[in-house]
Design a protein around this ligand. Structure first.
Ligand SMILES: Cc1cc2nc3c(=O)[nH]c(=O)nc-3n(C[C@H](O)[C@H](O)[C@H](O)COP(=O)(O)OP(=O)(O)OC[C@H]3O[C@@H](n4cnc5c(N)ncnc54)[C@H](O)[C@@H]3O)c2cc1C
Length: 552
């Protein structure tokens, strides 16, 4: 199939300029903006909804950093490499774990209030895959909301950062020298900047988050439509490791056919002793893995999917009744309130759960300073593939990645901005996929490229996407722009999942159930030319031993 080479939109009715445009206002975007303000002249933050609408706001468990007694960056490195199943870039992980502690202290200085011990120290907890207590958290299970609050307050108070809310970035403006000359965007609202316009700049920092909405159900908010990855693909950037999508095993099941963002029931609930059971009340994780219910996320997600297939059920159950009312209220106030708001009281009832799309380990390929393969285009946070996650993200490393690598981009740009480029004519073929295809794209991706994948399923998915791509429209607007982005990312993800004929990390092929280091120890890079994705394999050094623990 040949997808639009750029989003069809009215010609820009207004133009402004800045040194740097930051796209997105989660932990990555706001940290970049705050740091850039100190080093470059003018910074504009453009964000699709209100400032706090991204995934950062929803993060529950916490942020990982080697801050506790007995812990060290080296140990954090080892745990991250094991989780990444051989595909982490060791240098990138080293940057993450060595710069992480200072970056988290920086968040504290900024005003983030993390939970403390009775002795006034940072309270640190442990999550799956970590061998030390190194997860800083806030408000019990409301870490992201507290970080987002502190960052928004700092940005609001900082002179020199212009914030444009309710503004959807459409595409990059190509420069005459082949790099970036700015972005086109659509501002929804009234005022000087209404409708489609362009901000010309010397560098674009993509911090637009993940792609959860590519699937029918996800923990990600509605803004996570993969826009940044899609515009980077259309601009010719290399997008890496897209097949490695993490599905969270315990997402509250809200009923047949319910789509979009669903409430996450944190792994920490299982960490405190909650047990997965099937319809018959059988605790089916026992005997599947030495860690049983606390096995790595992908192992648990696959076990749940298998159980659902075997029993024909649409979900399984999480039993956390043993906590009692006091522990629920103290330890998981947000989750307790969410469950109750959906009519389930976890103090006395089982919680219905099923796996849902949670995190994109891949994204726009970057170097250690956040540079993409397109001159002037930088990326950080979930939209990026910095190499720290490999084939599977270690819990609570993602907030840290956004924090650390946005700081590095700001430092790099502070040393010197790319030369301003004149906008070139844009010969790319515009087009749009009709918004009516959105639900169908999500359904096709869930069926074919969800937790369990196979050659036949992926082939069916590719054929279905191809026919959905023919549902074009001339009606430019948020719905069709987002749907076109979803289609662009879905197409690239499916190609990568099809190409990787092995099971590794969060990519599970039923027809190739083993990890195959002989043929697949490397990355799959997707680039788009003439609207068609091409997948290229590049070997990478194997950085970690094969994780053990799965029982036969
Ligand atoms: C329910 C949940 C729980 C999680 N728990 C944890 C946890 O405990 N620990 C952890 O480390 N990670 C966790 N994660 C993952 C983590 O929250 C994200 O990976 C991280 O917050 C991503 O930050 P970000 O800044 O890259 O993107 P986001 O915070 O998602 O921000 C993206 C921004 O880009 C904007 N945007 C998107 N498209 C456009 C566009 N076209 N134009 C303009 N703006 C655009 C969005 O509006 C948003 O402001 C969790 C995620 C979820 C959903």
């Amino acid at each position: 199939m040949s997808l639009p080479q750029r989003l069809a939109a009215p010609a820009p009715g207004w133009t402004s300029s800045a040194d740097v445009v930051v796209v997105g206002s989660g932990i990555a975007g706001l940290t970049a903006a705050l740091r850039l303000r100190e080093t470059v002249g003018s910074v504009v933050v453009v964000t699709k909804d209100h400032l706090s609408a991204g995934s950062t706001q929803w993060a529950q468990g916490g942020i990982a950093a080697a801050l506790g007694p007995g812990d060290s960056p080296e140990q954090h490195l080892t745990d991250s490499l094991v989780a990444g199943a051989g595909l982490c870039d060791e240098e990138a992980v080293r940057v993450l774990v060595t710069e992480g502690p200072e970056a988290v202290r920086g968040l504290v200085r900024l005003g983030t209030v993390f939970d403390q011990t009775s002795a006034g120290e940072l309270a640190l907890t442990r999550e799956g895959g970590h061998h030390r207590d190194r997860i800083a958290h806030a408000g019990g299970d409301a870490t992201g909301a507290e970080i987002q609050r502190a960052l928004v307050a700092a940005v609001r108070a900082a002179p020199g950062i212009e914030v444009v809310e309710h503004a959807l970035v459409l595409d990059l403006v190509p420069g005459v020298d082949g790099g970036v000359a700015g972005v086109t965007l659509h501002v929804m609202g009234e005022g000087q900047r209404d409708g489609v316009g362009a901000v010309l700049c010397r560098a674009v920092v993509l911090a637009s988050g993940g792609l959860g909405q590519v699937f029918s159900s996800t923990t990600n908010p509605s803004v996570a439509t993969g826009d940044g990855m899609a515009l980077a693909l259309r601009a010719g950037a290399v997008v890496r490791d897209l097949e490695f999508v993490q599905f969270h095993p315990t997402v509250m099941w809200l009923g047949t056919g319910s789509t979009g963002q669903q409430p996450l029931i944190s792994e920490a609930v299982r960490g405190e002793g909650a047990v997965l059971v099937d319809d018959a009340g059988l605790p089916f994780m026992r005997g599947r893995h030495e860690l049983a219910d606390l096995a790595p996320r992908d192992v648990v997600a696959k076990a749940i999917m298998r159980r659902m297939r075997e029993t024909g059920a649409e979900h399984v159950w999480l039993d956390a009744r043993a906590f009692g009312a006091e522990r629920w209220a103290r330890r998981f106030p947000t989750i307790l309130a969410t469950c109750r708001s959906h009519g389930v009281d976890p103090v006395t009832e089982l919680i219905p759960v099923a796996p849902a799309c949670h995190y994109a380990s891949g994204g726009v390929a970057t170097d250690l300073d956040g540079r993409s393969s397109v001159p002037g285009l930088y990326a950080c946070g979930e939209v990026a593939c910095s190499g720290v996650h490999g084939a599977n993200r270690l819990a609570s490393n993602s907030l840290l990645e956004g924090l650390v690598f946005s700081r590095r981009i700001a430092a790099r740009l502070g040393e010197g901005l790319p030369a301003r480029q004149q906008p070139a004519g844009d010969p790319r073929r515009p087009g749009l996929v009709d918004a009516s295809a959105r639900r169908d794209i999500q359904r096709v991706m869930t069926e074919s490229a969800g937790v369990l994948r196979s050659r036949d399923g992926l082939a069916r998915g590719a054929a279905d996407l191809e026919s959905l791509a023919r549902r074009t429209t001339e009606e430019a607007g948020v719905a069709s722009w987002e749907t076109t982005n979803l289609m662009t990312v879905a197409d690239a993800l499916l190609e990568a999942a099809w190409a990787r004929e092995e099971t590794r990390g969060s990519h599970w092929r039923d027809d190739f159930p083993e990890r195959d280091d002989e043929h697949w120890a490397g990355h799959l890079d997707v680039t788009v030319e003439d609207g068609r994705p091409t997948v290229t394999f590049g070997p990478a050094p194997v950085t970690a031993p094969v994780p053990t623990g799965v029982l036969p």
